[in-house]
Design a protein around this ligand. Structure first.
Ligand code: ADP
Ligand code: ADP
Length: 211
């Protein structure tokens, strides 16, 4: 099944993707994770996008589309995929339509107030990318990853200045994709509550008939 997760930053896309990929047996492709891995490994791509990510800006379409095209051509995508954080602009969606047939677009629905709470409380394991929330989904030991024991970090772009910028860009560049995909009749609205388990159940109920 070819799925796109569409929603504002901090909506819980990565959190749902981690359980959905196991259940559906498809890879979770997060463009944010791919960019962060390139930055960490100091690749050429990483050097080009480092400042953009830190400020909360969008990486140019050309670079992002090429990266996704390469990833989707790998053999593990033959059974389907979960694309998380791509497309984020209309030109990216147009490019994706030429690469692959999108069967479902999960539209993560929650208020801006909730989004800000989620982003500002998010903490991340630097090596695995696993996320926690200081209030809603805390680690067993404060500040420490449950699996690796590493100290958790706050992403640079989860600090107030970058959060504002990311939300503006979401409203301008990404939200129009909801109507774009509604016109293709593939949008499924996921109501995101503050209970991760309930949100997970809502997700599986939505895709039940589409598996
Ligand atoms: P995204 O991938 O959409 O940016 P994440 O999955 O990283 O979002 O989640 C953002 C933050 O919100 C994380 O700190 C995560 O632990 C927390 N979170 C995720 N889902 C929920 C939920 N249903 N209720 C409360 N907090 C959540
Ligand atoms: P979140 O889900 O919290 O918004 P992501 O991990 O998806 O964060 O993305 C982090 C950053 O990576 C974005 O703020 C942006 O700089 C860059 N990025 C990720 N996906 C895209 C994309 N499709 N187009 C342009 N930039 C992107």
């Amino acid at each position: 099944m070819n799925l796109v997760f569409l929603g504002p930053p901090g909506a819980g896309k990565g959190t749902i993707a981690k359980v959905a990929k196991e259940a559906l047996g498809v890879p979770h492709i997060s463009t944010g994770d791919l960019f962060r891995a390139n930055i960490k490994n100091e690749t050429e791509l990483g050097k080009r996008v480092k400042e953009i990510l830190a400020s909360g800006g969008l990486v140019p379409d050309e670079i992002t589309i090429k990266m996704v095209e390469n990833r989707l051509s790998e053999s593990d995508c033959e059974k389907g995929y979960i694309l998380d954080g791509f497309p984020r602009t209309i030109p990216q969606a147009e490019a994706l339509s030429k690469m692959s047939n999108v069967e479902g677009v999960i539209n993560f629905v929650l208020s801006e107030e909730e989004i800000i709470k989620r982003l500002s409380g998010r903490r991340m394991c630097p090596s695995t990318g696993r996320t926690y929330h200081i209030l809603f989904n805390p680690p067993k030991v404060e500040g420490i990853d449950d699996e690796t024991g590493e100290p958790l970090i706050q992403r640079d772009d989860d600090k107030p200045e970058a959060i504002r910028h990311r939300l503006e860009l979401y409203n301008e560049a990404t939200a129009p994709l909801i109507d774009y995909y509604k016109a293709k009749d593939v949008v499924l609205d996921l109501i995101c509550t503050n209970d991760p388990k309930e949100t997970e159940d809502n997700f599986f109920a939505l895709i039940k008939d589409r598996k």
